[in-house]
Design a protein around this ligand. Structure first.
Ligand code: GDP
Ligand code: ZN
Length: 333
């Protein structure tokens, strides 16, 4: 199928090559060509800028409603005018991270495409982990149908048993838990294996050791990682798009830097589907007396019964309620 795409993308100017979009700014996209790992700057062929409706997408701001996103797999070919490259085909996406279009505009905006997993990093201590913030990241992953896992770093500051107990509700909900110490080296081999060959959004609060982990695992990534911390945590650059960072040396994966994940991600959620974004609630949803049960006040609510029995963590359920009222407030503004 890909071969056919390559053949059809030839226009006499040269052979089309397969690549991944790393970043984009002002209509120019940086593409990593897969067969030789070279990077080229390319523009999008005019016909690809149209919506699937055939209409040219109206531009509401930088990058809005563009058909192309960071992470997209594309075919590039040398432009007929020489020197420059053009993106002549966008290959089908296997996943996406989206947020609602800014400024109340209709539709959604793809932040990044083809993400394999969201890796949320927290520290066992210093800074103290905030479960509600973790829940937020996980809900964003779930709302985008992306697999999520949790790294608890700095286990050298507590006992491993304490760390595991603190995050037990997440493991029970089905999230893989990795206990690490960038300082002592614990758990690093496992993290390396889980990042390799995949496209991972790495996120988490400031100071938990994201840079330390990546620098220890992949020396050479050093310079770029500063950008992850700066953009994700300080909430600046919220209008700047995501960037794909190839893992160095023989590693084949990518780490995606998505600015302001915490803030912008909440936007794309609907109150009605929030319950499905908590995996441990899902087995009970069909058991509630009312099909549209909000699990707040309704009689015959199987979710609240499960919380009372201890089958669902009370803390996680509180998080659900908190996020629910936040989303309701946001929707009435
Ligand atoms: P980031 O903001 O998430 O990128 O966090 P950094 O990698 O900059 O780390 C923040 C601080 O935590 C630094 O002072 C690191 O030296 C320290 N740190 C990182 N990993 C560990 C760890 O596993 N154990 C301990 N004790 N400190 C760590
Ligand atoms: Zn219910």
């Amino acid at each position: 199928m890909i071969e056919a795409g390559v053949a059809s993308a030839r226009d006499g100017a040269g052979r089309a090559r397969r690549g991944v979009v790393l970043s984009g700014a002002g209509g120019s996209w940086r593409v990593r060509v897969l067969d030789d790992a070279s990077h080229v700057e390319a523009s999008l062929r005019g016909r690809l800028k149209r919506d699937s409706s055939g209409e040219r997408a109206p531009r509401q701001g930088p990058g809005d409603r563009l058909k192309l996103a960071v992470g997209d797999e594309v075919l590039v070919e040398p432009d007929a005018r020489g020197g420059a490259w053009a993106i002549c085909e966008i290959l089908p996406r296997r996943s996406r991270l989206a947020r609602r279009a800014p400024g109340g505009a209709y539709g959604e905006r793809i932040v990044a495409a083809n993400i394999d997993q969201v890796v949320v990093v927290f520290a066992a201590a210093r800074p103290e982990p905030h479960p509600r913030m973790l829940d937020r990241f996980l809900v964003i992953a779930e709302a985008n149908a992306l697999a999520a896992r949790i790294i608890v770093n700095k286990v050298d500051l507590v006992t491993e048993r304490d760390a595991r107990e603190r995050f037990a509700a997440y493991e029970r909900a089905g999230y893989p838990l990795h206990l690490t110490s960038a300082k002592r080296g614990d758990g690093l081999a496992q993290v390396r294996v889980m990042l390799e060959g995949r496209v991972s959004v790495l996120t988490g609060p400031s100071g938990v050791g994201k840079s330390s982990l990546l620098n220890t695992l992949f020396p050479g990534l050093a310079l770029r990682v500063g950008e992850i911390s700066a953009s994700v945590n300080k909430g600046r650059h919220t209008t700047v798009g995501a960037t794909m960072i190839p893992l160095p040396n023989d590693a084949t994966g990518f780490v995606v830097d998505t600015p302001g994940l915490r803030e912008v991600g909440m936007w794309a959620l609907s109150v009605e589907h929030l319950d499905t974004c908590f995996p441990e609630l899902r087995p009970f949803l069909a058991e509630c007396r009312f099909a549209d049960c909000t699990h707040t006040v309704e009689p015959g609510c199987a979710v609240r019964e499960a919380v009372t029995r201890g089958d669902i963590s009370g803390k996680r359920f509180e998080s659900y309620l908190k996020l629910r009222s936040e989303l309701e407030e946001a929707n009435f503004q």
